[in-house]
Design a protein around this ligand. Structure first.
Ligand code: N1C
Length: 272
């Protein structure tokens, strides 16, 4: 015979069991999520450190710490470019006179060229440009993590983590430009020089005639070309330039640039 009150007690026990299992599940999920998040920061940091170590004579841990302080724990839309000032201090730019190359809307051609030929230096060939090239990162209020997804897009807000980084490092790179500098611009678009690009809004404004002799525009053209060196936007570029910096423009086909990339017998100065 079943004792009186048996069923309700068993029900209570089952209920307790369910509550315990749910609690356990929540804890396990929480720990797993925490681990996944910290691994995310770890993977990002590993990429940063591996790339940084390729440049000798730098304290990469110190550079990482200066980098993180710019955005960790902050709203990713409220990171002004000045937040990266300590980073620039930790890894200052050294000028490479006559070899500096700027670009706008020509990233692939420009890098294809500089990767194969050792005549020009782009921002991505420097420590700071190379460690963060192609990466996305941001922080969150109340967290000490580095996130690599769900970060604001380039156009979502002006002061976003990634955009402010490129603005700040581009400013520092352009400030040290000296001698004859080169800019690869895109002749396949209607406005090869855009005042809204980083090149137009940040770099050109920082070129200083005390250090820089000339800006040589290489307008990369294709068969069905849209713009040439007399393009109106290039007139704007000349107006923006510090007086005393000479301006030159040359239309060069992408095919010619590619041919020169792969033929090291052609001296760089003869590529265009
Ligand atoms: O806005 P842009 O070009 O004119 O910026 C290019 C200009 C170059 O001269 C570089 O010195 O600014 C510097 N720069 C980079 O080096 C860089 N590497 C990667 C600016 N942006 C850079 N990126 C990414 O390219 C960045 O995340 C952003 O999305 C683009 C800007 O390219 P753009 O509009 O062709």
């Amino acid at each position: 015979m079943e004792p009186v009150g048996y069923r309700p007690r068993q029900k209570k026990r089952t209920k307790r069991c369910v509550v315990l299992i749910v609690l356990l599940l929540i804890i396990v999920l929480g720990v797993a999520l925490g681990l996944a998040l910290s691994r995310r920061t770890e993977t990002f940091k590993t990429t940063f450190m591996d790339r940084c170590k390729k440049f000798e004579g730098n304290d990469c841990e110190k550079i990482w710490a200066a980098f993180q302080q710019a955005y960790v724990g902050k709203d990713p839309c409220k990171v002004p470019m000045e937040a990266y000032d300590p980073l620039i201090k930790a890894a200052p730019f050294k000028p490479s006179c006559n070899r500096m190359m700027f670009w706008s809307k020509t990233k692939d051609v420009a890098h294809d060229f500089t990767d194969k030929r050792d005549c020009f230096v782009t921002l991505e060939d420097t420590l700071l440009g190379s460690v963060l090239d192609g990466l996305t990162w941001c922080g969150k209020e109340g967290s000490n993590e580095t996130f690599t997804s769900d970060c604001p897009e380039w156009a979502d807000c002006d002061d976003n983590t990634v955009r402010s980084f490129w603005s700040r490092v581009s400013a520092a790179f352009a400030e040290v430009a000296c001698g004859d500098a080169t800019a690869m611009l895109n002749g396949s678009i209607a406005t090869p020089f855009s005042q809204y690009s980083i090149f137009g809004s940040i770099e050109v404004k920082r070129f200083n005639s005390a250090n820089m002799r000339s800006l040589n525009v290489v307008l990369v053209t294709q068969e069905n070309n849209v713009s040439n060196c007399s393009n109106a936007s290039l007139k704007d570029l000349q107006k923006e330039l510090d007086k005393g910096i000479k301006y030159n423009c040359k239309e060069v086909s992408e095919a010619q640039i590619q041919a020169c990339s792969s033929n090291t017998e052609i001296p760089c100065h003869a590529c265009w």
